[in-house]
Design a protein around this ligand. Structure first.
Ligand code: ADP
Ligand code: MG
Length: 333
């Protein structure tokens, strides 16, 4: 049995928009799996189907072995869901929020206090538990959200954009907590993100999702290696005719892919060391002037670019929390 399995799962909204398009995934028990994609890719829609809040239009999905449509109650008993937008009550204290959450989850009374103490210490909020949430920072609120999702020790935890809109340092902190709870509780985690680095650092496997479709699935390392595990990029003088050079490069067996942007050439290769001398040779033979040359490892950004033809922007600063809350409210209505 898989922690999560979907078979040709689709969601068409009333507007006619196909937000989730024939998605089939399998997530092993104990795995941290990431859905990586830009805004509007269909990540939250997928999570809402898997957490039984939204009905699929077609296809099937199983979470912890239960069908999300016909066995939704069983699914809910086995999952924790930390929504994209905070759900805590700002005028209650951290602890009061967790007590409320415990009641909503029907946590047995004799377990409530102990479990709350335990989870508060894991997310390091014990010393602030009696303060109103309105005094918490963004990172502290997120940690409280995550604590709420963990109270009933779910088998599968869903985290929808756990670090959206948080500054870099706070994001790193949240990653540490996610790793820590994963080690402690050994549950499966399904998270969505549009931060490359987050998927790279946290996930065993990821799917790149764009316009509701999965573009590719694999471990971050295998996705990066699928392009060749090194990148050589260089620039040549502006009057050079690059077509000949590009086709020469493409014919070299260790070259996986060549992309051309203005006078910058990017070559994905299995061996940068072997390729570099060939580039020197060939450009000098063609009478070109090499401007700069560098050897790097591909990032998930490069993978995303090569599968979607677009860059996945990390628009941290531009994120509008109020607008996003408004949008989510509409979705839930
Ligand atoms: N309730 C809804 N009605 C119609 N369209 C929606 C609704 N919710 C989301 N969408 C649209 O579906 C697409 C996927 O949205 P969403 O799942 O929120 O993407 P993501 O979480 O990846 O940003 C977007 O184009 C969004 O505008
Ligand atoms: Mg979303």
């Amino acid at each position: 049995m898989h922690a999560i399995e979907t078979i040709n799962l689709s969601k068409i909204y009333k507007s006619g928009l196909k937000a989730v398009d024939e998605i089939s995934i399998k997530i092993e028990n104990g795995e941290i799996f990431g859905f990586l994609g830009p805004n509007g890719a269909g990540k939250s829609t997928t999570i809402m189907i898997l957490t039984t809040l939204l009905k699929p239009s077609s296809g099937r999905a199983f979470v912890a072995g239960y069908d999300v449509v016909s066995q939704s109650k069983n699914v809910r008993e086995n999952i924790g869901y930390v929504q994209q937008d905070s759900t805590v009550d700002e005028y209650l204290t951290g602890r009061e929020n967790l007590i409320l959450q415990a009641k909503l989850n029907h946590l047995p009374k004799n377990l409530v206090e102990g479990q709350i103490d335990n989870i508060l210490s894991i997310v390091e909020l014990a010393d602030r538990q009696h303060d109103q949430v309105v005094t918490y920072s963004g990172g502290m609120r997120k940690r409280l959200d995550i604590a709420g999702g963990l109270l009933h020790r779910p088998k599968v935890l869903f985290l929808d954009e756990p670090t959206l809109g948080l500054d870099i340092q706070t994001r790193y902190k949240i990653w540490e907590y996610i790793k820590k709870i994963h080690d402690e509780f050994e549950m499966s985690i399904f998270l969505t993100t549009h931060y490359m680095e987050e998927a790279d650092k946290l996930c065993d496997n990821i799917s790149i999702i764009d316009h509701g479709k999965i573009k590719i699935t694999g471990s971050p390392v295998s996705l990066k290696n699928s392009l060749g595990n090194e990148i050589v990029s260089f620039k040549v003088n502006h009057d050079a005719n690059l077509e000949g050079l590009v086709s020469d490069l493409r014919s070299i067996p260790i070259v996986r892919e060549v992309s051309l942007d203005d006078h910058k050439v990017t070559v994905f290769t299995s061996s940068g060391d072997q390729l570099m001398p060939k580039i020197f040779q060939q450009t000098s033979y063609l009478g070109m002037k090499l401007d700069s040359i560098s050897l790097t490892k591909p990032s998930l950004d490069d993978v995303f670019l090569s599968y979607t033809g677009r860059e996945l922007r990390e628009d941290v600063g531009k994120f509008d929390r109020k607008k996003e809350r408004e949008r989510m409210r509409k979705i839930r209505a």
